[in-house]
Structure formats: structure tokens, C-alpha cells
Design a protein around this ligand. Structure first.
Ligand SMILES: *[C@@H]1O[C@H](CO)[C@@H](O)[C@H](O)[C@H]1NC(C)=O
Ligand SMILES: *[C@@H]1O[C@H](CO)[C@@H](O)[C@H](O)[C@H]1NC(C)=O
Ligand SMILES: *[C@@H]1O[C@H](CO)[C@@H](O)[C@H](O)[C@H]1NC(C)=O
Length: 462
């Protein structure tokens, strides 16, 4: 069995992670924090083998050329598109080659959401709210890998990783943000930015809720560097980016040539509207706060907003039906982010009975496993109406994990999670290229021996 150990990514990543985990008391922190953990994990896996300690591979199997530089959006000021702190949004771009030169895969970064002035103000001091703190280069792996053995269908495509810095899944628009003059809090990071519209004062304390404008400016820029000429394109994203993928899927289709094949892949983005174990609608009220704080309603699916309270349209189960572009959902039914933040947030477990189980699914008691099976049932029930849709593809596995497409080990390799003997990469390829129907649903835990289960006890992974 393989084990991956978390290493501190670039200077104290591990202790940063631990400090963050200790702040679980407040719901808004917990949700933001889980996002950071994902980001940190992105840079910090290695894998080793229990049985053969000599075979130590780098988790993503990446060559040095897979480190791709950060590019700041050139049209940000003109479009009013800013990160939470007023800095310029950014992306990473690797040019396609050979048969991939007119094919594009985009990946929207995830990282939770912020739902209050305090949590958004904290976020703007991190890479999830400011390009000032973003790494100057990131590793492209999994669906972004340029190695055909780890990424058979997309390795030579143009690849873009779009950084996430608005805190609301690329929604939010200043016009909708009627109360933004009230956003003045005593907060100092000593940073001031150039390029703000003149009307905006007090840059240090201001928050910019511009996710929709970031999305549009990003599309503008990518269209100008070749996306407008694409024959095939796949919009993907993980976690909050997987949700953004669903929210913006049809607009993406609109930006591209009519005769292009365009599809959307949401990874770990199917956040379920489920009550927590104490019976509170924790995630629903959290999304309500995010959507209201950021004025996100205008970015959400119109036909959904017409039918229900706008923040409910942040739940994929309420919008997948109205997406006309083909969608693929990759999601584990024991999504650890959802277990830790939707089903068992710390507010619902004041005595910490779930603590060990949340650290590792192998530590859960039989009663807790029953509760998790109940969550899985709700998950499958929510999915069942999309299962019949012709263009929908699915890879719904039974692992305790969250995002699986940008990590090479979980995307495609000899030890990757499989359902019906297919890796995630193969299943997505079958659906994208219409090689065969690709709707895979796993048997319940612990039946699938190919799973990677996250293990947070000492930040281990097996
Ligand atoms: C905010 O940014 C604008 C534009 O760069 C600048 O003119 C202004 O002085 C800044 N305000 C503060 C309070 O730093
Ligand atoms: C959760 O629900 C209980 C009642 O079921 C209530 O007493 C409690 O205040 C709620 N907690 C939160 C954090 O909303
Ligand atoms: C599983 O897939 C692999 C690779 O496609 C293939 O070589 C192998 O025969 C398959 N195994 C089964 C049991 O179908």
C-alpha cells in the first residue's frame, strides 16, 4: 500500500497547515482553512511504498519543465478585475504542441470561500486573495501534465491553470455589491496597490468582490492568446474551482467557436446541500452568506435564480440540469472536505467525537461509518437525476479524498483509483471523445482496494 507524506511546501508549509487546522472553532475559518490545506497539499506530496522502501517517487512524477511561471492578467485594470486585495489576478500557461496546438484544457484553482468581512480580510493576506502571495511558478501535474504516460489524452494541449483569488468561485460583481462602502474594517497589511479605479479609496481596508469580472477578463486574455481558435476545449476545476466550472460552463461554451467541441469537468465540486449531524443547515447558511456578501446572485444560473433563493443556486444539484454544455462530475462520495465542513463541522461535534474519524476514515466507528453511508446515499440520490442525462459523465468513487484530477497519482497511473478498471483520466477521455458511455459509480466503502484515502493523522496519506 502506498503512503504519501506531507512535506512542508517551501518553508514551513507543514506547520502553517497545523496552525490553520487549530482554528477550527469558527465556521468561516474552518471552511476557508480546508481550502488552504488543499492548496498546500498541491505542492507537497511525496509517495513511498510500505513494502519497498527503496522505491520513493515524487508524488506528481513531474519533470522540471512542468514548473510553469505565473502570468499577471494584462487587462485587469481596464476590466476592473481584481483579487480581494486589489491586486491583479493571475494564471499559468503552457503552450500546446503537435495535435494539441488547437486544443485547450483550463483548470480553475479551488480553495474554499470567504463569507464574512473578517474571513475575506484574512484571505487577502494569502495567495487565495492576492497575487502578491502566489508562487511564481507551479507544478503542472495530473490533467495538466505534459507526460503522455500520466496524461494520455491531454498531455500536448494548451494548458492553463487559473488562480483563484476572489473568494466566491469567480462570482461577485461590484454592481451587485451595493453595500461596499460599508466595508471598512480596522485591518492593516501595509500594502497598497496601483491600478485601482480612481473612485476606490482606502485600499488597505477595502475588499474587492470581483470574481465575475476576473472570469471575464481571464477569458478575454485567453481568447487573445489562441483560445478563440480552439477546436476542442475542456474547462475543468477542483473544489471551489469545480463549482465555478459548473457555474460558468455555458458562458465558456459561448466564448468558443460554434464548431468546437467544448465540455466541462467538475472535480470535487459537487457540494451537497445536506444538514449537518446536529440537524443544522450549516452549508446552506454559509453559502447564503457568501452569495450575499459578494453580490454573487447575478453570476448564477438565471433559470435557477428565478425559481429559488439565489444562494441555493450555488449547489450543483440545483444547476446541473440547466447546464446545456456536456458535464463530467468527478467526486468521491466520502469527500473529506464535505465530511469535515458540511456533515460534521466542528459546531456540530462540540465534544470532538468525530475527530479521529475525520482524520482518517479507517478510524471511524461502525456507527460513524453508518452516518457516512447515509451521506453517500444522499449524494447518490442527488446525482440520480443527472445519471440519465445523455451528455453527463461521472466518476463517483468511494475514497476519503477531495480533488483527484490535478494530482498525477489519482488522475492516471498504475496505482490510481479505478472503477470498472478505468482510471479517472480514462473515464474522462472516454466521455470527452465519446469513445463510450462513461458513468462510473463505485461500490460503498471499503470495497474498492484502489482508493487513496486521505489520512490527516500526522498528515499521512494511504
Ligand atoms: C489606492 O489606489 C489608488 C490608485 O493606485 C491610489 O491613487 C490611492 O492613493 C490609493 N489609496 C490608498 C489609501 O492607498
Ligand atoms: C444547531 O442546532 C441546534 C439545535 O438543533 C442549536 O441549538 C444550535 O445553536 C445550532 N448550532 C449552530 C452552530 O447553528
Ligand atoms: C484493466 O485495464 C488494463 C489496462 O487497460 C488491462 O490491461 C487489463 O487487462 C484490464 N483488466 C481487466 C480485469 O479487465
Amino acid at each position: 500500500m502506498a503512503i504519501a507524506q506531507l512535506r512542508g511546501g517551501g518553508g514551513g508549509g507543514r506547520s502553517y497547515l497545523m496552525i490553520l487546522w487549530q482554528r477550527w472553532g469558527k465556521r468561516e475559518w474552518a471552511i476557508a482553512v480546508a481550502g488552504f490545506a488543499i492548496v498546500i497539499l498541491a505542492f507537497s506530496f511525496i509517495i513511498s511504498s510500505d513494502t519497498d522502501s527503496s522505491s520513493v517517487d515524487h508524488f506528481s512524477g513531474a519533470a522540471p519543465t512542468d514548473f510553469i511561471p505565473l502570468v499577471l492578467l494584462s487587462n485587469a485594470a481596464q476590466r476592473g478585475a481584481y483579487c480581494l486585495d486589489g491586486s491583479v489576478p493571475a494564471y499559468h500557461f503552457q503552450k500546446g504542441f503537435g495535435s494539441g496546438s488547437r486544443r485547450w484544457v483550463l483548470h480553475l484553482e479551488g480553495g474554499g470561500w470567504c463569507n464574512t468581512i473578517a474571513s475575506c480580510s484574512f484571505r487577502k493576506t494569502t495567495a487565495l486573495g492576492s497575487s502578491k502571495y502566489m508562487d511564481h511558478q507551479v507544478q503542472f501535474s495530473g490533467i495538466l501534465s505534459c507526460d503522455p504516460s500520466s496524461n494520455p489524452d491531454f498531455y500536448n494541449w494548451n494548458k492553463v491553470k487559473i488562480r483563484y483569488c476572489d473568494g466566491a468561485s469567480f462570482t461577485g460583481h461590484p454592481k451587485n455589491f451595493y453595500n461596499w462602502n460599508k466595508v471598512k474594517i480596522r485591518y492593516c497589511d501595509g500594502a497598497s496597490f496601483t491600478g485601482h479605479p480612481k473612485s476606490e479609496q482606502n485600499n488597505d481596508t477595502k475588499l474587492f468582490f470581483r470574481g465575475q469580472l476576473i472570469w471575464e477578463a481571464m477569458m478575454d486574455e485567453l481568447l487573445s492568446i489562441g483560445l478563440s481558435n480552439a477546436q476542442e476545449a475542456l474547462l475543468s476545476g477542483c473544489s471551489a474551482g469545480g463549482l465555478a466550472t459548473l457555474i460558468h460552463c455555458d458562458d465558456f461554451r459561448e466564448f468558443l467557436p460554434k464548431d468546437a467541441r467544448v465540455k466541462c469537468l467538475s472535480d470535487g465540486g459537487f457540494f451537497l446541500n445536506e444538514k449537518d449531524i446536529a440537524g443544522n443547515a450549516t452549508i446552506q447558511s454559509f453559502y447564503h452568506d457568501v452569495v450575499n456578501l459578494q453580490g454573487a446572485a447575478g453570476s448564477l444560473k438565471k433559470d435557477c435564480v428565478a425559481k429559488m433563493e439565489p444562494s441555493k443556486c450555488f449547489f450543483p444539484q440545483n444547476i446541473v440540469k440547466s447546464i446545456s454544455t456536456p458535464v463530467f462530475l468527478v467526486n468521491p462520495t466520502y469527500d473529506f472536505w464535505q465530511i469535515r465542513n458540511i456533515l460534521v463541522p466542528s459546531s456540530a461535534d462540540p465534544f470532538g467525537h468525530w475527530h479521529k474519524c475525520e482524520l482518517s476514515i479507517h478510524n471511524c466507528s461502525p456507527e460513524q461509518i453508518q452516518v457516512l453511508q447515509g451521506f453517500r446515499n444522499s449524494f447518490l440520490k442527488a446525482l440520480s437525476e443527472f445519471q440519465q442525462m445523455k451528455d453527463v459523465g461521472m466518476f463517483i468513487n468511494s475514497c476519503y479524498i477531495h480533488c483527484q484530477t490535478w494530482i498525477s497519482e489519482t488522475w492516471h497511473g498504475p496505482n490510481s483509483p479505478k472503477i470498472n478498471n478505468k482510471t479517472i483520466a480514462e473515464s474522462v477521455g472516454d466521455w470527452f471523445f465519446e469513445r463510450k458511455v462513461s458513468k462510473h459509480i463505485d461500490c460503498p466503502y471499503p470495497c474498492n482496494p484502489t482508493c487513496y484515502h486521505m489520512d490527516f493523522t500526522g498528515q499521512r496519506f494511504h
